[in-house]
Each structure stands twice: as structure tokens, then as C-alpha cells.
Design a protein around this ligand. Structure first.
Ligand code: ZN
Length: 490
């Protein structure tokens, strides 16, 4: 177990370096190095000797923790063993063709250049799903890679109900937002001061900068080599400091999770998140529930005024709060606010299910994308780059990944509801900048337990409630209802 963890850690480090400091001429060499490490990891994982050890362990009386380790490691190994080597190679080739075709299609602003590569990826994903096996739905086999234990039958009704409730709310709140001006537009925030502020944010959240660091990258991400070495990245934009701040808080939420596993679990599969969705719940809880809270901006207003005296001139705390809580339907998912975001995900989830089943012919994908965008958010892309070609996920043939973002938002709302109920002074604590109360709550109930339970069971153990849309809708109604009026009144 420790060797596998060490190998993954070094792969994580080399990948982080690739996205941050790698000199341009080393790109090909690094790809080769990573390929070698990944194949060693694969050999270790699929080694028949490991299979024999796991079988032997299965026949023994084991502690609850040992059973959880056995389950996690067997899960990972089974998926690797069941995917034939020829399929792994074919997928790798189709992925690199996919990304290349996707880039060319984006340049030409035309989906049709990407269509053949996507067709090939879909065929291979169907083959992979069949090799892995599933009970009810082929999509389940792919979803399982990111969200162990989750099934379409559980997820679909929740996202369906969420969609029905979101559409009228977006419409109402966006109309009111549009009538309110944003006094911060056009102001410049110095990049150096932004950087200093992001480090202060991380420190205040309880991220240990002696056990991790923050660097710059084009696309912010969190990489982990070990719980004592967690690498965050962010992007600084002088005209859009709030995207810098929210990306730091988002990655900081991921980073706290990675730093928060129990030291006695280090080197075992227990020192891990049970799913991508639960990981995302940590980043979204910090980014949205805390980082877009009125108390958060009241607390930082004096410091921001000191760091950015010109840009902040005449700006009240309430203006900051309103700035980060505007509801504005946009074409691009990564720029979406917390109210519209899930609709971007639901659109992708519904489309990729139809693509996988073959119900939706690939050629019709862009038309269907644009039609649904208009239906859900009331706006239409002008070209495929603003529409179906915006995300890289399908270029990698990653199906089943998008729903983890929505799961993250829903789990975050459920966790935050329990934090609010459990800490009666929460609003005052946030206004005082005492964010550690949130960190400690999460540490005890989510971070330290690691991968002992599936994601939904972990959330239920922490809050008494499983996956649901009501907590998220309740959270939105309380906040945006107060800002922009109740969604039922028109
Ligand atoms: Zn994230």
C-alpha cells in the first residue's frame, strides 16, 4: 500500500511541476517520465502477488479499519485488472488524439472537426464500461471511477428536481441583479497585493503553509504528493481580483482536506477522500458558503482597503458582498456563479448520458447543447467554443466526471446547514475572521475519517442527512431571497 501511495505521490509532484515550473523544452521528456511511473504503478497494482495477498486477507477476521483498507485497495485493483492492456493503450491514444482534435476544433470554432475523435472515445468508453461491468446502467461503470458507490438511479431524480427549482430562481434573481450596478467594475487591483492577500486567506482558513505551498498556474488546481506536502495553485488577474480570491479559497478547501487526514492513516488507502464529489464539497463550501458570506467580506473590508487604497476608495463592505453574489447567466461553466453553476452541470450530465447510450447522435450534439442552454439559462452561444467545445473533459473521454461538481455543491450545502445549526455564533465568528471553527468542524467529521465510508454515507454520518437538493435550495433561498426577493414572487 505504501509503495503505491509513494508512486502516486511522485506522479502528483511531477504533474504539479509540469503545470507550474517545467521549462518548455522538457515537455516531451516529462510526458515520458510520467508514462514510465504510471506503468510501474499499474504493474504494482495488478501484480498477481498483490491479488493473492488480498484474497488471503479476505479470509481473515479483520478490524473495521483493515476491512475498509481492503475494500478501497481491492476496488482500485479490480478496476485496473478488468481493463485489458490493449484497451488502456487504445484509450491513451484516443485521448491524445481527442485533445489535439479538440484544440483544432476550437481554433476553427467548429465542432465537426472534433466529432470523429469523440466518436472513437465514446466507443472505447462503452467497451471499458462493459469490461468493468455494471448492474443497471452502463453510465454507472464510468461514474464509479470518480464517485464510488453512486448510481444514476440515485443521482438522476435529485438533479432532475434541482433543475426544476433552479430555472425560475435564476430567471428572477438574474433580472434583479441586472438592474443593480457594480461599483467595482473597471478598477485595478495590484497583483502583488493580491498575492499577499491570498496567502493571508490560506493562513486564516488554517491551511498549513509549512506542509504545502501556493504557486501560479493558468488553470488553478490542487496537487498532493503527501498530506505534509499539498500544492495549491491560483491565477492572478489585476482586473478580476475576486476570481483570484475565490480560486484561492476554493483550492484552499481542497488543500485542507488533503492536509487533514489522520497521520496514522498516512501511506494507506484510508488517507484519501471517498470521492471527487466529496472533495469538491470541501472546496465549494469554502468558496461559496464561507467565501461569499456577508461576515467574510465585513471581516476583510479593512484589510482590503489597506492593501488596495485606490481600488477600494468609497467601497462599502456591503458592495463587496453584493459583488460576489451577483446572479448572471453566462455561457462558460467555469465563470458561473453558485446559482447557475449546477444548470451547466445538469446540461452536461443529461447530454453525456444520451451520448453514451447512443440515443443522441454525435452530429446533433452542438444543436442540442445550444437548445438546452437557451432553455435552462436563457442564453445562446454564438459559436461552439462558447458552447459544446468549452470544456476539456470530453476531449479526454471523461464521462461521469461532471456530476461530481454538482454533488460537491449539494454535499457542501448539507454540511454547511449542519455547521450553522451546530455553531450558533457562526455569523459572528465569520465576521471576526475566526474561520477555524469551520475547519475544525470539517476536520473532525470529514477530513480525519478519510475513506472509511462512501461519500454519501460519510455526509450522512456527519449531518444525519444524505444526498438531497432541499438543503442547497434552502441555502440559496435564504441568501438570494434576502438579496433579490423571493423566487415565487414575480
Ligand atoms: Zn475543485
Amino acid at each position: 500500500m505504501r509503495e503505491l501511495k509513494d508512486l502516486s505521490g511522485v506522479i502528483g509532484l511531477a504533474t504539479w511541476d509540469q503545470e507550474t515550473y517545467l521549462p518548455p523544452r522538457a515537455v516531451a521528456a516529462r510526458a515520458g517520465q510520467l508514462g514510465t511511473l504510471q506503468s510501474i504503478h499499474h504493474q504494482r497494482l495488478t501484480d498477481p502477488a498483490l491479488g493473492r495477498l488480498l484474497d488471503e486477507a479476505r479470509g481473515k477476521e479483520l478490524s473495521t479499519d483493515a476491512q475498509a483498507m481492503l475494500r478501497a485497495l481491492s476496488w482500485e485493483r479490480d478496476r485496473a485488472v478488468k481493463t485489458p492492456a490493449a484497451l488502456v493503450r487504445a484509450l491513451a491514444e484516443a485521448q491524445s488524439n481527442g485533445v489535439e482534435a479538440w484544440r483544432e476544433a476550437r481554433k476553427a470554432k467548429s465542432f465537426s472537426r472534433f466529432a470523429p475523435a469523440l466518436e472513437r472515445l465514446l466507443a472505447l468508453r462503452r467497451e471499458q464500461a462493459d469490461a468493468l461491468g455494471y448492474e443497471a446502467d452502463r453510465y454507472d461503470a464510468l461514474l464509479e471511477a470518480y464517485e464510488p458507490g453512486m448510481r444514476v438511479a440515485r443521482l438522476e431524480p435529485v438533479l432532475g428536481a434541482l433543475k426544476e427549482k433552479l430555472v425560475p430562481r435564476v430567471k428572477r434573481w438574474a433580472e434583479v441583479t441586472q438592474r443593480q450596478s457594480d461599483p467595482l467594475t473597471g478598477r485595478r487591483f495590484s497583483g502583488d497585493a493580491q498575492w499577499a492577500f491570498t496567502l493571508k486567506l490560506l493562513e486564516d482558513m488554517g491551511f498549513d503553509l509549512e506542509a504545502g505551498r501556493q504557486d501560479r498556474s493558468t488553470h488553478p488546481f490542487t496537487g498532493s504528493t503527501h498530506p505534509t506536502d499539498v500544492r495549491l495553485t491560483t491565477r492572478v488577474d489585476e482586473e478580476d481580483p475576486f476570481s483570484t480570491f475565490s480560486s484561492t479559497v476554493h483550492e484552499g478547501g481542497h488543500g485542507l482536506y488533503e492536509q487533514g487526514f489522520s497521520p496514522e492513516d498516512y501511506g494507506t488507502p484510508l488517507a484519501a477522500a471517498p470521492s471527487m464529489g466529496l472533495h469538491e464539497s470541501q472546496s465549494r463550501l469554502w468558496e461559496n458558503c464561507v467565501g461569499r458570506h456577508r461576515g467574510f467580506w465585513a471581516h476583510y473590508h479593512p484589510l482590503l482597503s489597506k492593501l488596495f487604497p485606490e481600488a477600494m476608495a468609497g467601497v462599502e463592505p456591503e458592495a463587496l458582498y453584493r459583488k460576489v453574489n451577483r446572479v448572471e447567466p453566462s455561457l462558460i461553466r467555469v465563470e458561473a456563479d453558485e446559482v447557475t453553476y449546477n444548470l451547466h452541470i445538469i446540461l452536461r450530465f443529461e447530454l453525456e448520458r444520451k451520448l453514451l447510450s447512443g440515443e443522441l447522435p454525435i452530429a446533433e450534439l452542438p444543436i442540442e447543447w445550444d437548445r438546452r442552454m437557451a432553455e435552462l439559462l436563457g442564453i445562446r452561444p454564438e459559436n461552439d467554443v462558447q458552447g459544446v467545445l468549452q470544456d476539456i473533459h470530453w476531449a479526454w473521454g471523461e464521462l461521469g466526471y461532471f456530476p461530481t461538481y454538482a454533488l460537491g455543491n449539494l454535499y457542501a450545502a448539507t454540511l454547511f446547514r449542519s455547521i450553522q445549526e451546530g455553531i450558533s455564533s457562526l455569523d459572528a465568528e465569520l465576521e471576526r475572521g475566526n474561520f477555524r471553527v469551520v475547519t475544525e468542524w470539517l476536520r473532525a467529521r470529514i477530513h480525519r475519517p478519510g475513506f472509511r465510508l462512501y461519500a454519501e454515507d460519510r455526509v450522512r454520518a456527519a449531518t444525519g442527512r444524505g444526498l438531497n437538493d432541499a438543503d442547497f435550495i434552502g441555502y440559496l433561498d435564504a441568501k438570494y431571497g434576502a438579496l433579490y426577493g423571493s423566487a415565487s414572487a414575480s
